[in-house]
Design a protein around this ligand. Structure first.
Ligand code: AMP
Length: 114
């Protein structure tokens, strides 16, 4: 489990966010500092600090979230071209230690990523 973060405050509606999807397990909202025309963050309500901290008990939750990526991108009409990124740890530029999937679309992408 992680310490409380700004994403915990968003889940509890203590600070505002532009929420586009919510269910009992996860929440999706627009990134406040978008890196593309579409930049959505999908987070579990369970405060897992980073992907490497997920455990076997989180298997269903993580699968649920991956399926929600498809549902959310279809609802936004971006399901033909998007990128999902998980920054794990400060060395990988993670700044908020509550697991989140970046869903990015609407611009050209390079490979390999930077
Ligand atoms: P990461 O660097 O992978 O930890 O990504 C954290 C992301 O959270 C960044 O893209 C930030 O722009 C975003 N972010 C931080 N605070 C907020 C907020 N209050 N509402 C929406 N997005 C946020």
């Amino acid at each position: 489990m992680s310490e409380d973060t700004i994403f915990g405050k968003i889940i509890r509606r203590e600070i505002p966010a532009d929420i586009i999807y919510e269910d009992e397990l996860c929440l999706a909202f627009h990134d406040v500092n978008p890196t593309a025309p579409h930049h959505i963050l999908l987070i579990p309500k369970k405060p897992i600090a980073k992907l490497a901290d997920a455990e076997i008990d989180d298997q269903q939750l993580l699968g649920h979230m991956m399926l929600k990526v498809g549902e959310i991108t279809r609802s936004l009409g971006i399901d033909d071209a998007f990128r999902v990124i998980v920054n794990n740890g400060s060395g990988a530029q993670q700044t908020v230690f509550h697991l989140h999937l970046h869903i990015i679309a609407g611009r050209s992408f390079q490979w390999p990523p930077g």
